[in-house]
Design a protein around this ligand. Structure first.
Ligand code: FMN
Length: 173
């Protein structure tokens, strides 16, 4: 099972649209996926689980989405030149042992031109610090609002091809 983390709590985010497209690509290869949608992760649950606190809902999310997957795909939007604070908040509230040894693929999403390349580099540093291994083929998606969507599903051929290539390599990584 591969967990796809849609790493923003912004309602109706493009990040979640890309996460859904990624799940569909993996599903078509017969790979089971789960999407951890941060919109449903309450900031309060993260806060309650921080600094030795214990929150049942937070523990349930870690048990359902992080523990059972040895591979994570993190879709991260560009917010002020990096990945969203809510995701760092989540990481900091999680025991690092849950990330150790995981293999991680990164996809950046931005309305601007950079496709969150810098934020993916920041994420790489954080994951490596925790002992997770990040796959080198990172996919920046720029101008996400201008992509082609059909019924809210990404149908932009070059972007889908780039994601397919990442998946092909990541599954061997
Ligand atoms: C707080 C915030 C900061 C943002 N900063 C940037 C930025 O630095 N560069 C950029 O290209 N887009 C920036 N954006 C726009 C997002 O890239 C855009 O909303 C895009 O759709 C991906 O985010 P989403 O998943 O929330 O939709 C920002 C958006 C928010 C909400």
């Amino acid at each position: 099972m591969i967990t796809i983390i849609s790493s923003t709590n912004r309602p109706d985010s493009y990040t979640l649209r890309i996460a859904n497209a990624y799940a569909e690509l993996l599903d078509s290869k017969g790979i089971e996926t789960k999407i951890l949608p941060f919109e449903r992760v309450m900031a309060r649950a993260i806060e309650n689980n921080s600094f030795d606190g214990v929150d049942e809902e937070f523990e349930r999310l870690v048990k359902e989405y992080i523990s059972p997957s040895d591979r994570l795909v993190v879709i991260s939007p560009e917010y002020n030149g990096s990945f969203p604070g809510i995701f760092k908040f989540f990481i900091d509230a999680t025991d690092p042992k849950f990330f150790r040894g995981k293999r991680v693929a990164l996809v950046g999403v931005a309305s601007g031109r950079a496709g969150n390349i810098r934020g993916m580099d920041h994420l790489t540093d954080v994951f490596h610090h925790m002992g997770a291994e990040v796959y080198s083929r990172k996919i920046p998606i720029s101008r996400v609002h201008q992509m082609v969507y059909e019924d809210d599903m990404l149908s932009d051929a070059p972007t889908i091809e780039a994601l397919e290539k990442q998946i092909e390599g990541f599954l061997k990584f």
